[in-house]
Write a protein that binds this ligand. Sequence first.
Ligand code: GTP
Ligand code: MG
Ligand code: ZN
Length: 391
Amino acid sequence: MSKKIRANFRKNRNAPPRKNDWLRQYEENGGSTLENEASSERIVGRGKQSKKLTVKGEALQSDASTGFNVELEVDLSLCRAGRILSTHGLNSFVSDDLTGDVYRCQIRRLLKTLSTGQRNPVVAGDRVLFRPAPQSDINEGFIERIEPRQGVLCRTSWKKQHVIAANIDQAFIIASAAEPEIKPNLIDRIILTAEKVNLKPIVCINKIDLVDPAAFQPLAGVYASMGLDVLFLSTKTGQGIEEFKRALAGKASVVTGQSGVGKSSLLNAVDPTLQLRTQQVSDENEKGKHTTTAARLYKINASDAVTSYVLDTPGIRSFHLWDVIPEEVAGFYRDIRPFVSQCQFDDCTHTHETGCAVKAAVGNGLIDARRYDSYCQIFAGELEEEEEENK
Ligand SMILES: Nc1nc2c(ncn2[C@@H]2O[C@H](COP(=O)(O)OP(=O)(O)OP(=O)(O)O)[C@@H](O)[C@H]2O)c(=O)[nH]1
Ligand SMILES: [Mg+2]
Ligand SMILES: [Zn+2]
């Protein structure tokens, strides 16, 4: 299925090129360092002054994952395959799949233009085709294409889709037993998101050294009875670290959770060579200080036999769901789902109806009352948090 897409182009090509600035020259030639390659993007200009360009491309269903609805044609002979390690403003760091060399890349103008509705066009973990600078001594390049994403963890941030991690197998949901206080509803939201996109959620309760573990058995029990893995961890005593390491081995994982729960500390505990920055939580409110400021993908030494990747991410204050409608929430709550078919009404929302098997199960203790509460909150579209992110 071939489709024509019209893209708006910003007209900022008038600045004179700085000599030896390969990236800039590339941009100014419409994504090509050679004049006669201008047509390689299959872009047809409509006269010199036209701001609209027509891009012909194959409509790709699977590319909905990246928010791009065209397959961009690129000259494969000039490109290399790589993986985004991290993004910082306009720059991304890309690891070459073959050599492991890291390139500082900018994103091709066309990709930026076509990417709307997402907080960032490329994210850590993305698989990309990039085009290195012709000079072999400069580790710079341009990102030409973003491959469809396989496993993505997304939330909503300022009404936009925020892809927290791309191309991962599993999500470690990190909470702390104290400092900061655990937010079970935040955990529920991340579990729900992971279930929806078939990522394996693993619940981790870190800083277990600060409390009597017995206090967290009921909460852990609820998750374990849903068939989820739950880890009690401590970077101070080493509790659970070997188990955490085994769970990471051979997989691509993300660690996510509030600031200050110890995400970076846990990764350091598994692989001390990472030397990730960590910082004490604030004395006044026991909250984290947002020490990790950008998501970053690491190859982590979790096992000698297999390669393991992990994405460390900045702490989140809230997890507003992305692309989840209230009616589907019960289906993604493993503990609620089995009762849904027994409700009196087919369109039961399990909030106020008579003959609701879910409410009956809560009454009988078959569904945890707190989990049911968190279901009701999400169903009502309530914002979970008192504060909104500042970026
Ligand atoms: N008592 C105790 N403190 C811990 C543990 N793990 C980490 N910490 C401390 O918690 C603080 C925050 O740890 P970080 O690793 O920076 O937390 P983070 O989740 O990466 O935070 P952000 O990067 O801000 O999202 C540091 O002072 C750590 O030393 C633990 O198991 N027990
Ligand atoms: Mg951190
Ligand atoms: Zn019901």
